[in-house]
Design a binder for this molecule. Structure first.
Ligand code: C5P
Length: 218
């Protein structure tokens, strides 16, 4: 599967990351987490003291941070100006600011370039919101992964070792609302995407399904 590209898009907390990493590992493919790139940009803006609700201010500096992603599915890394921020980008501050930042067209243009560069000759699973629709519409496999909000909130809360499922659900739904409603590259089901609803599936079953789709595409 040297040149294969698998695009995995979907709502927040639908299990995209675990499923994407799992299928990449199983098929010997690289893995790109584009959400981590938007999170890294957001982390940098917050650290620089930029008002993340001010699209003009964000646009003016979006070209500055050097964001680099490692593509090993077993140990994905993300650095900003050489500093590993894998842990910091999962915090509440970034969670709350990432969707408004991701709606700024200049941010998207900048990261789009990096994403296409990373995809290169393929052999990769790429997860995000607009991979099958905008970043790589020619992907051999396109998946739209979803799950009921309650299931997503349960999983995400457990993952983070927390207990407040209700507030996690609120935060997921707020990001979905902004991501689906924005003018530039909103979250949509791409043309030709296969819808996989993971509400009643185990992670293993989702990975099996993606593996099946990859084999069908060969
Ligand atoms: O996938 P993850 O939840 O880490 O993504 C964080 C945020 O990054 C999303 O809520 C969305 O605002 C943004 N994003 C995006 N386009 C992508 C991937 C992520 O706008 N391709």
């Amino acid at each position: 599967p040297g040149s294969l590209v698998i695009a995995v898009d979907g709502t927040s907390g639908s299990g995209k990351s675990s499923a994407s990493r799992g299928v990449a590992d199983r098929l010997g493919l690289r893995y790109l987490d584009t959400g981590a790139m938007f999170r890294a940009m957001t982390w940098w803006l917050l650290r620089e003291g930029v008002d993340v609700r001010d699209g003009v201010a964000v646009a003016a500096v979006a070209g500055r941070p050097r964001i680099e992603s490692g593509t090993d599915p077993l140990a994905p890394t993300i650095t900003v100006d050489g500093v590993d921020v894998s842990v910091e980008i999962r915090g509440d501050e970034v969670n709350a600011a990432v969707s408004p930042v991701s709606a700024v067209p200049e941010v998207r243009t900048r990261l789009l370039e990096l994403q296409r560069e990373a995809i290169g000759d393929g052999g990769i699973v790429v997860e995000g919101r607009d991979i099958g629709s905008v970043v790589w519409p020619q992907a051999e496999v396109k998946v739209y992964l979803s799950a009921d909000p309650a299931a997503r909130a349960q999983r995400r809360t457990a993952e983070q070792g927390g207990t407040d499922v209700a507030s996690t659900e609120q935060s997921l739904l707020e990001r979905d609302r902004i991501d689906s409603g924005r003018a530039t590259a909103p979250l949509v089901m791409a043309d030709g995407a296969v819808h996989v609803d993971s509400t009643h599936l185990t992670l293993e079953q989702v990975i099996d399904r993606l593996t099946e789709l990859a084999h069908e595409a060969e």
